[in-house]
Design a protein around this ligand. Structure first.
Ligand SMILES: [Zn+2]
Length: 311
């Protein structure tokens, strides 16, 4: 086997066990990329911030392999996880909380109070849907395993929930590090937290910004658009989205414009195909050609089910 063939094999292995490596975003700030591909449930991005009192972990992914990558990072760094900040309650952002709690019993979890409402609303409906599907005959084993894994996350209950409620935006000292927290209500979810690190000018946006497409499953899109306007006022140089690679200011400007155009086209009752064409045109190189097919599948679904005005 040549070195090139070996490299390709290793890359392929990374693809099924990602995240396999942290990326340095700025001094003391690391990205563990979440996996988001067709055919499996996504993991959100995790950002790990070095702080005087330990590590601050922003979002913990969904799958055990993602949470294990967080624990492996902490082991290599020989630092405890002091704080988890959950940007929002979607399972691909807090599913790893229980695993990190077990390994680092002193950890404090910060988030908005929106999980409680979701547990009796959206997530209760989701649980009923999963249980109903599993009760039906003829479900293939792979789908059944995925659904049981989702139920296993929901069964964690309080281990998912915050210890510290972020009830207002503003500067905070978290694990000894000065950070600025933003709080958007009824944007992507009922409560979305974002973080800005003034020392490095890194903005961690959660699912207010996602690639290859916005994910409006639980969103109020008009308030989401306003939230992007507020993010634009932050003096950041790099932005870590909830899904997808790190962005520059120019990338975010392109995203914000494409997002507005997508909402406008959907509101004007353009076809889902026209909306998808417009998004891919506007977003340009931020969604590479090999992701277009997946992006189109997502856009057709979201335009028809979430973005178009109710008939
Ligand atoms: Zn997400």
């Amino acid at each position: 086997m040549t070195l090139r063939q070996m490299t390709l094999v290793l890359l392929a292995m990374c693809a099924v066990t990602t995240p396999c490596r942290a990326e340095l975003v700025a001094d003391g700030i690391h990205l563990l990329p979440g996996r988001f591909v067709r055919g499996s449930q996504p993991d959100g991005n995790t950002v790990i911030i070095e702080a005087p009192d330990g590590l601050i972990v922003v979002d913990t992914g969904r799958h055990p392999a993602h949470a294990q990558a967080i624990l492996d990072f902490a082991s290599r760094a020989r630092r405890p996880v002091a704080v988890i900040v959950n940007t929002h309650w979607h399972l691909d952002h807090l599913g790893g909380n229980p695993r990190v709690r077990r390994a680092h019993p002193g950890v404090r979890v910060w988030s908005s109070d929106a999980l409680a409402g979701a547990m009796t609303g959206f997530l209760a409906d989701y649980r009923a849907h999963l249980e109903g599907a599993l009760a039906q005959a003829g479900l293939d084993t792979s789908s059944a395993a995925t659904m049981r894994a989702e139920l296993a996350i929901l069964d964690q209950g309080e281990a998912l929930a915050p210890d510290e409620i972020v009830a207002a935006p503003g500067a905070r000292t978290i694990a000894g590090r000065e950070l600025v927290l933003g709080l958007e209500t009824r944007a992507v979810t009922a409560g979305d937290v974002w973080l800005f690190d003034p020392a490095t000018r890194v903005l961690i946006a959660g699912d207010l910004v996602t690639l290859p497409v916005p994910l409006p499953d639980t969103a109020c899109t008009s308030r989401w658009r306003s939230a992007l306007d507020r993010l634009d006022e932050v003096d950041f140089s790099r932005l870590v989205p909830g899904h997808g690679p790190v962005m520059t200011r120019e990338d975010f400007a392109r995203y914000r414009a494409a997002f507005g155009n997508l909402l406008d086209r959907a509101a004007a009752d353009s076809s889902s195909t026209a909306c998808a064409d417009g998004w891919l045109h506007d977003i340009g190189p931020l969604v590479p050609a090999d992701e277009h097919a997946f992006a189109r599948i997502l856009l057709h679904y979201y335009v028809d089910n979430h973005l178009r005005p109710a008939r």
